[in-house]
Design a protein around this ligand. Structure first.
Ligand SMILES: NC(=O)c1ccc[n+]([C@@H]2O[C@H](COP(=O)([O-])OP(=O)(O)OC[C@H]3O[C@@H](n4cnc5c(N)ncnc54)[C@H](O)[C@@H]3O)[C@@H](O)[C@H]2O)c1
Length: 258
């Protein structure tokens, strides 16, 4: 078996698929989430892979510290950390409250920092580690009605680059993936509020489709693996079907499809 990887927000969506892909590649995978993990572990078992579940809140420093201690004690520490847990927030900027802003920042930005700090200490001591942050194209460009979410993801991109600069020479690489819109429970909830439609996204993406969780998981697995992405450090990799590369106006983009 390869080393130990921790995936946060792994009860569903991108986190669960990433846990499966990593486990199928031979990593020992620890799933964490605010929600219970029994159903996620069972779904992995049905696909022939065993994993470990530890429930907790990524925004809690106590959880980050106790997780790091447990990983050191039981598994000799983590080699890979995937900071995937995150929440969405769609609200006009002028109506966004300080409490909403803080909650998004706590989960999407403080959480990855705390876990990187606590799990990163062991990685630095062993001079071996890879941290992959799940940011978003909302970390690379503005999207209306998402001031807190976009600021948190821009912050995560900044944290990625800073830790890459600080820890690269000590054997710990830090990278991010920046996905476009993905078909997960988060998208179902966001579309449920009437914020956008499937067609809005399909028309905007050069590849004319949503991302699949697997598209994101495979990019994460590549960044996690020191044999595959050995000299990749501080990269914020769009996994967006070309969204951020494309400045075409809408009718031109759609016209190229025929
Ligand atoms: N779905 C998209 O279109 C999309 C696009 C770009 C980036 N992302 C990012 O990808 C990541 C995964 O998104 P998803 O679509 O799978 O979302 P999801 O809502 O389906 O899953 C997120 C998971 O994170 C968990 N979580 C939330 N708060 C937590 C906390 N405080 N502590 C621990 N776990 C917590 C949830 O319980 C849930 O299981 C997020 O960081 C999201 O911002 C999503």
């Amino acid at each position: 078996m390869r080393g130990t990887t921790v995936v946060t927000g792994a009860a569903q969506g991108v986190g669960l698929v990433t846990a499966r892909v990593l486990a199928q590649l031979g990593w020992r995978v620890v799933l964490t989430d605010l929600q219970p993990l029994a159903a996620a572990l069972e779904s992995l078992r049905e696909r022939g892979v065993e994993a470990i579940g530890i429930q907790g809140d990524v925004a809690s420093e106590e959880f980050a510290g106790s997780l790091a201690e447990r990983l050191e004690r039981d598994y000799g520490g983590a080699e890979v950390l995937v900071n995937n847990a995150g929440i969405s927030m769609i609200c006009p900027a002028e109506d966004t409250t300080a409490a909403q802003w803080r909650r998004v920042m706590d989960i999407n930005l403080l959480g990855p920092f705390l876990l990187s700090r606590h799990l990163g200490r062991g990685m630095l001591a062993r001079r071996r580690g890879s941290i992959v942050n799940v940011a978003s194209i909302a970390g690379l460009a503005g999207v209306s009605h998402r001031s807190a979410y976009n600021a948190s993801k821009h912050g995560l991109v900044g944290l990625t680059r800073t830790l890459a600069a600080e820890w690269g020479a000590r054997g710990v690489r830090v990278n991010a993936v920046c996905p476009g819109w993905i078909k997960t429970e988060m998208d179902v909830a966001d579309q449920g509020s009437g914020a956008y439609s499937d067609q809005d996204i399909i028309d905007r993406v050069p590849m004319a489709r949503f991302a699949r969780p697997e598209d994101v998981a495979e990019a994460i697995a590549w960044l996690a693996d020191r044999d595959k992405s050995a000299f990749v450090n501080g990269a914020c990799l769009p996994v967006d079907g070309g969204w951020t590369a494309d400045a075409s106006w809408d009718s031109l983009r759609v016209r190229t499809r025929t």
